[in-house]
Design a protein around this ligand. Sequence first.
Ligand code: FAD
Ligand code: MLT
Length: 455
Amino acid sequence: MSLVDLLRDVVGERHCLTDAGLRASYETDWTRRWSGTALAVVRPGTAEEVAAVLRACADAGVGVVPQGGNTGLVGGSVPRGGEVVLSTQRLTALEDLDADAGEVTAGAGAPLAGVQSVVRPAGWDVGVDLAARDTATIGGMVATNAGGVNVLRHGPMRRQVLGFEAVLADGSVLRRLPGMPKDNTGYDLGGLLSGSEGTLAVLTRIRLRLVPLLAHRAVAVLGFGDASAAVDAASRLRRSLPSLLALELFTDAGLELVMRHARAAAPFAARRPAYLLVEIGSDAGDPTDLLVDALATIAVDDDAVAVAADAAGRHRLWQLRERHTEAMNAEGVPHKLDVSVPIGRYAELVDRASNVVEAVAPGARTITYGQVGDGNVHVNVLGPAAGDDAVDDAVLELVLSLGGSVSAEHGIGVAKVRWLARDRGPESVAAMRAIKDAWDPRGILNPGVLFERDS
Ligand code: FAD
Ligand code: MLT
């Protein structure tokens, strides 16, 4: 029996896609920079079916690419050529919401927005939030250790994982559900799977720690003469506003793109080179006065401030930052370089990124934005061909020279494999490789992601 016939037996005819038209949306990533052909796309409905798929692929020596919402931005969720894509689309059940403890179990394929809509009425929230919330899945977010807009408050996805269920390459199932906030029973396997990018196991269920829902929020967008002034203001606000939820930086070039593609209006008439978005939350009434008082202590011009506390106004201001990603895509196929640097080098990176890009790709456009509270800069470059890595190398070289990390929140995927050893050093990569070899000795899980593909 062929592998495809075996897979059909496991998941059923309807959930084993071999037709090119049906496979297409699973074969190209969100940016359109990465794509490949899959032998088949399978959509198992249970952990047992996941295990059977993995066993069949291991026996056939065929690679498996786990895929959630396919919103990943480093090429790790799509095939490189000939693998089976294992989609978690059918693993969406939400179970055991514990409104006293603030915990819920989510199927790996559950989109973030779906979980938010179930836990919020119970007074809880998911600690990680990001603009891809309607499509990004809880499993994908754990697998990438997603960050998003609230890391400065709640930490990244790894911090939200209390328990998990996952299937190893040989089909064995690891299950630690429901999971407990205090659990010192040996290695933290859930922590290890967070950020493993589908190279160690397929996550099938996750027990999430929830955070209290903050019913009242206020958002401000402030304009500054340069990135350095915006970063300075952000640092001051971190000290004076303990209720901070988000601190985002963007530039006028990015705002211009968002205004064009999202038909959004500028936050205020007097445009500035750099902008800071600030959000604070409270469970005890409207926090606008608190925000306004804090803004009065930083140097910002009166005509470069917009504040909103009502839902529509907050949404309008957030759109100016959140829609950067799609605006970038609308302009072309971006080179997305998600990096972090010590906060003291943040403005320097924002200022110097376009210079190093211009030096290797004259005429390319560089747009930066990011979570300034976490030292996270998203350098986006438009212009160079998808396969031309010169700008990627130039920016990542600059980041390392500033003492930063080549991946802040998106992961390594296939995009930054060459840079993993440069960043972490050969000893750390050898230690990671040893874990990979122990858990997946035949190398079938996401070959080519994190490490060079075995020849
Ligand atoms: P996919 O893209 O399907 O997969 C991502 C990786 O995880 C792949 O390596 C895949 O093999 C692996 N994987 C997926 N599911 C599983 C599973 N069940 N078990 C094992 N491995 C699995 N990211 C951030 O960190 N912060 C942001 O603020 C942010 N904003 C974004 C905004 C937009 C508009 C877009 C398009 C993307 C954004 N991202 C952001 C990137 C992306 O949303 C995250 O990386 C997200 O965590 C990916 O989830 P996914 O379900 O789409 O995973
Ligand atoms: C963001 O912060 O907007 C996301 O990480 C996505 C992106 O980098 O475009």
